[in-house]
Design a binder for this molecule. Structure first.
Ligand SMILES: C[S@@+](CC[C@H](N)C(=O)[O-])C[C@H]1O[C@@H](n2cnc3c(N)ncnc32)[C@H](O)[C@@H]1O
Length: 199
């Protein structure tokens, strides 16, 4: 993700699935580094203290202690959280309205990992991905794990993010799987999940 963010240089990262906020803080930190490199390259004497670059995170259940910890973090000014289901029409609309203010958008899907939910997220959010940027679908690896691995989860082999990606790509030829990323990583939770928008 660090290499992707560094090469795409997004001004907005959309993430479904917040949980404890680890990936939100990581993404916000990467955006802060992009701001620093912009400042260095432009010869600015002061490092930027605020930024136009933002992360929008969506979760159906933002627990108060997690929200408090995220809001207390030094990266908090770059983070906007929305509570609700990522596939609820009003949530999708809010995210689209926010994204309209940004030029280069990267999307990460990491919430409910069922085929149905991820396919609906792909339909809702993949179109926000800028050409040349990525929609990253996490936990596609479920398809490659033993079928009895996730006893207390609704997803398994045949019903998971990877099957959703395969279905989505059938009718969205403007996205392709960037195999170079998974081939370089060797071990990843997102095999076939690094989708580059080509047009
Ligand atoms: C794997 S965790 C996210 C982890 C986070 N991206 C990170 O790496 O730090 C999945 C999250 O998805 C959320 N979730 C489950 N169903 C959802 C839905 N329908 N809409 C939005 N979020 C959902 C859960 O509440 C949970 O916090």
């Amino acid at each position: 993700m660090q290499e992707l963010i560094w090469s795409v240089r997004p001004d907005l990262i959309v993430e479904t699935g917040i949980a404890h906020g680890g990936s939100l803080i990581f993404s916000a930190s990467m955006l802060a580094l992009l701001d620093v490199t912009d400042a260095v390259e432009s010869g600015a004497e002061m490092m930027p203290t605020s930024s136009k670059r933002k992360v929008v995170g969506i979760d159906i259940d933002i627990r108060p202690h997690n929200r408090a910890a995220i809001e207390a973090h030094p990266m908090a000014s770059r983070i906007h959280m929305i509570e609700g289901s990522s596939i609820a029409p009003d949530v999708v609309e809010q995210v689209h309205n926010i994204a309209a203010e940004f030029q280069r958008v990267l999307v990460c899907l990491d919430s409910n990992h069922t085929h149905y939910h991820v396919l609906a997220e792909l339909e809702a959010y993949a179109p926000l991905t800028s050409v040349g940027s990525y929609c990253v679908v996490f936990d596609t690896v479920v398809q490659d794990m033993p079928a009895d691995m996730f006893e207390d989860r609704p997803w398994s082999v045949g019903d998971n993010p990877k099957t959703a990606v395969w279905e989505f790509l059938k009718s969205n030829p403007n996205f392709e799987i960037d195999k170079a990323i998974q081939d370089k990583l060797l071990i990843t939770v997102a095999p076939d999940g690094y989708l580059r928008r080509t047009g």
